[in-house]
Design a protein. Sequence first.
Length: 241
Amino acid sequence: MRIDLPAPASALAIGAHPDDVEFECGATLAKWTAAGATVHLLICTDGSKGTWDADADALIARRQTEQQEAARRLGVSGEVRFLGAEDGELDHTVERRSDLSRVIRELRPEVVLGHDPWQRWRIHPDHRAAGWLTVDAVVASRDPHYHREHGIAHHRPAALLLFECEEPDHLENVEQPHLDAKISALLAHESQFETTMEIDADDDGAQALRFRRRILGEARDHGRRGGVRYAEAFRLIDPAS
């Protein structure tokens, strides 16, 4: 088990939906931003199916606002971009690969983070598609003969970190302040309280405390893999491979 990359100068985290990045690598991003990294976020879908009883157009706007606020709470100083695919309809196509590789070439991150597409028995189609798109876009962005229509120089990130992986081989050691920032960022996604976090609108604080304990418990479980107190877990891929 490897522990900690050098804090990168820049990173791009790619999530299928608003809040995915915060759940899976929020503490790592908070650690890196505190160290001076320029972090960017790319959200692939509009999140329009993430709340059961909301008007879709209103929900899309709300989730973008929540994502911007979550990024602020993580200390993100880079861009927050929205690909805009319909929630549940993200497809793994050459056109979408072009969209993601263009973003990688424009932002030129040292590290890319994204969903692990090899996770078995994954139900949500957007997570599968976002994972494949991320891996394929890293390949396409690094080689100059892919998507020459971009008119942008190719770019090869130094590392690709995949989250939601079944067999992690890399931990990012995080501390309490990084987890506090992660939890604060997650709580910016108020539209997801009922559907994802099991927090009622009229919660007196007990359910939010239980959610906090859940996040800390997950970080402890990951940390045990490498003998540290708290961590987030990844599969580390060399983009040159």
